[in-house]
Design a protein around this ligand. Structure first.
Ligand code: SF4
Length: 398
């Protein structure tokens, strides 16, 4: 039969989800909620003639409301939530000296890669679901049933992502409760731009609007998730304050920023030196992971993103055609948003504090595990036939 390439970033298997989303918006049985990842707001403007990095949050929110979404929420909310869970998990592991280095788990293409290539190290990725999935879990199991009195099965969660791999992440059946998936469908930044155009909405002339509450509240730490190094920086801001019980006055860990493919730093947290590494692209991930596999790695935390530069350069964004000035401008847009926010540490997000008080208890609690954590699978068998040129496998389409 015909061969189907299974590409780690999903770029080769991109499916058009626009008709599915129109259909969800047209039928009135379910409460249709949308979440938007951080990297989208600094790139979608390019599809309408704005400069890369232009911050289009308010107009994007207005457009989503005009498209018919009942609640327009922010994946950033869940990025803050991810930080509380991941920083807790890291500090548990550091205390026990076990399962180090912790590897970030918010990039599904990277998770697919580690499952396929390093099955002996599946104790290392953080068990935290990605922000996309945490958002869906909270929308369906807290916001629906406990805030607006809608059962989780009657909620429909759409995500707008800079990413093609997020489409298969939301289809992973372990990411949900029983037969209700956390996220129903994911569209890319480019697909959202197409929908706005199809609807005849004049994005540039919309009045700015704000995200709905409470799943629209976020801190600057969440915005920087979209750039390589950002997840790690956000985690450090929270881990530092939790460990030291002191205020971190300068939240800018500039040593972990920038487009370089592999970055490293040593951070002094009250006398404990934490060695951190950030890799973007799967080629760089392999270099770093081979050291981990050989026992030669000195790192305590490693952030890995499959796309060179992180999600701002994701496969679902407006095409950058290899022009990394565009990617830099988008990242700069995210750091500008972070710098302009009053709250820049995830654990200071009042909506997150309220979510723990009302629903989850403590970070890393039993309830948090039930809704916000996951597990991984050995997928190395699928990769046996890989050609060796890249990480994809070829499966016969019988
Ligand atoms: Fe998706 Fe790329 Fe971001 Fe990974 S780095 S989550 S593949 S956009």
């Amino acid at each position: 039969g015909q061969c189907v390439a299974v590409c780690p970033t999903g770029a080769l298997t991109e499916v058009n989800n626009i008709p599915v989303v129109w259909n969800a918006l047209d039928q009135n049985e379910k409460t249709v909620v949308v979440q938007v990842a951080p990297a989208v707001r600094v790139a979608i403007g390019e599809e309408f003639g704005l400069e890369p990095g232009a911050i289009s949050t308010g107009k994007m929110v207005a457009a989503l409301r005009a498209l018919g979404f009942k609640y327009v929420f922010d994946t950033n909310f869940a990025a803050d939530l991810t930080i509380l869970e991941e920083a807790s998990e890291f500090l548990h592991r550091l205390k026990d000296g076990e399962n180090l280095p912790i590897l970030t788990s918010c990039c599904p293409a990277w998770i697919n890669f580690v499952e396929g290539n390093y099955p002996q190290l599946l104790n290392l990725p953080s068990s935290c679901k990605s922000p996309q999935e945490m958002f869906g879990a909270v929308a369906k199991n807290y916001f629906g049933p406990k805030v607006i009195n809608v059962e989780s099965k009657d909620m429909y969660v759409v995500s707008v992502m800079p990413c093609v791999a997020k489409k298969y992440e939301c289809a992973r059946t372990e990411l949900g409760q029983e037969d209700v998936l956390d996220v129903d469908i994911s569209i890319t930044t480019r697909e959202l731009a197409k929908m706005i155009k199809e609807a005849g909405i004049d994005l540039l002339n919309l009045e700015d609007e704000s995200f709905d509450s409470p799943l629209g509240e976020s801190t600057g730490a969440a915005d920087i998730f979209g750039a390589t190094g950002g997840v790690l920086e956000a985690a450090l801001r929270t881990a530092y304050e939790w460990v030291t019980d002191k205020e971190l006055s300068d939240v800018n860990f500039t040593q972990v920023r920038g487009l370089e493919g592999i970055k490293e730093a040593s951070i002094d947290i009250d006398g404990t030196i934490v060695n951190v590494c950030i890799a973007s692209s799967l080629g760089n991930a392999r270099k770093v992971m081979d050291e981990v596999a050989n026992g030669n790695s000195k790192y305590h935390i490693i952030e890995i993103m499959a796309c060179p530069g992180g999600c701002v350069a994701g496969g679902g964004q407006p095409y950058h055609h290899g022009d990394y000035d565009i990617v830099k401008k988008r990242a700069a847009g995210l750091y500008n948003i972070d710098g302009s926010k009053e709250l820049r540490k995830s654990h200071k997000n009042p909506a997150i504090v309220a979510l723990y008080n009302e629903f989850l208890g403590e970070p890393y609690s039993e309830a948090a595990h039930k809704y916000l954590h996951t597990h991984y699978f050995d997928k190395s068998v699928v990769y046996e036939d890989a050609c060796g040129e890249c990480t994809c496998s070829k499966e016969a389409d019988a």
